[in-house]
Design a protein around this ligand. Structure first.
Ligand code: AMP
Ligand code: MN
Ligand code: MN
Ligand code: MN
Length: 279
């Protein structure tokens, strides 16, 4: 079962990926992926096209979403796998989360203008595939285009990460709502890329405890954002909290991602993969 090439986290142009949902599915298939979830940020729009393409080419497909959450003073991402894209509470919850993005994006543009980078909001919009979903990744692509940094990573480092001049505080969904919407829509909730969160050891344990107590099922043990040490550390967290393990490239596009579809490391063999619970 662990030998299955599952990739349960990636993005299309319906959030901040650079390939359409159908292109993502075709690339996954070409890369040897056996089971794919599309998990756009706060958005279910691409699922229908992705599912149709997957059915056409004979790839097992899981409808997913990656929900932005505010927890303590951090932004966390919770992935939902196997969600019913027609579930009304999920649809309206995500609409509410997306609703704040426009105003935030305009404020990011204003903050960048204060340090002399003008027209960034309009510039970012040229990279946006879904007008309801402007992300920092779109700003990053525009800032690279105009040469303020040499790559997306450097843009985040100097302009868009917390504490940097283009960062704007924002309130996303609560952890409780995000897990509740996912479970209410028949899905499994997964803590995305925990190695990226700036939490103390005690806070990380508190997160996993709360997440499990809310009914969360899994954690991304293997993902594009984790190095080997983090993979082992979150494998221990999965064992400690009795969580299933997920494997995720978090692919955003051929030019934009360190890891391609289906290329994340294998899971440690003693962990139970989350896909054993996906139909
Ligand atoms: P947002 O939801 O608007 O805050 O945008 C978050 C997105 O920005 C993430 O999903 C990534 O695609 C991208 N991102 C965040 N931090 C980084 C980083 N350090 N390097 C590259 N991309 C990043
Ligand atoms: Mn993203
Ligand atoms: Mn994420
Ligand atoms: Mn992601």
């Amino acid at each position: 079962m662990n030998a299955l090439n599952a990739d349960l986290h990636c993005h299309s142009t319906d959030s901040d990926g650079t390939l359409s949902p159908a292109e993502v599915v075709r690339r996954a298939h070409a890369n040897g992926v056996d089971l794919l979830a599309l998990t756009d940020h706060d958005e279910l729009l691409g699922i229908a096209d992705a599912a149709a393409e997957a059915a056409d080419i004979g790839l097992r497909f899981v409808p997913g979403v990656e929900i932005s959450v505010s927890w303590l003073d951090q932004t966390l991402h919770i992935v939902g796998l196997g969600v019913d894209p027609a579930n009304q509470a999920l649809i309206s919850g995500l609409a509410q989360v997306r609703g704040g993005r426009d105003g935030r994006a305009m404020r990011i543009g204003d903050e960048l203008a204060r340090i002399g980078i003008h027209g960034a909001f309009e510039g970012a919009l040229r990279y946006v595939g879904n007008p309801a979903l402007v992300t920092r990744a779109h700003f990053a692509r525009y800032l690279v285009e105009i040469g303020v940094a040499k790559n997306v990573h450097d843009v985040f480092l100097h302009y868009l990460a917390r504490g940097k001049p283009g960062y704007v505080e924002h309130v996303w969904a609560t952890l409780e709502d995000a897990v509740g919407w996912i479970k209410g829509a028949g899905g499994l909730a997964v803590v995305a890329h925990p190695g990226r969160y700036r939490l103390s050891c005690a806070e990380m344990n508190m997160l996993f405890e709360q997440f499990r107590d809310l009914g969360g099922e899994a954690v991304e043990v293997s993902c594009g954002a984790h190095d080997g040490g983090q993979l082992l550390a979150f494998a221990r967290m999965a064992r400690k909290y009795g969580l299933l393990a997920s494997r995720a490239s978090d692919f955003h596009g051929p030019e934009d991602s360190p890891i391609d579809l289906g290329r994340a490391s294998p899971l440690p063999p003693d962990l139970t993969p989350v896909w054993t619970r996906l139909a």
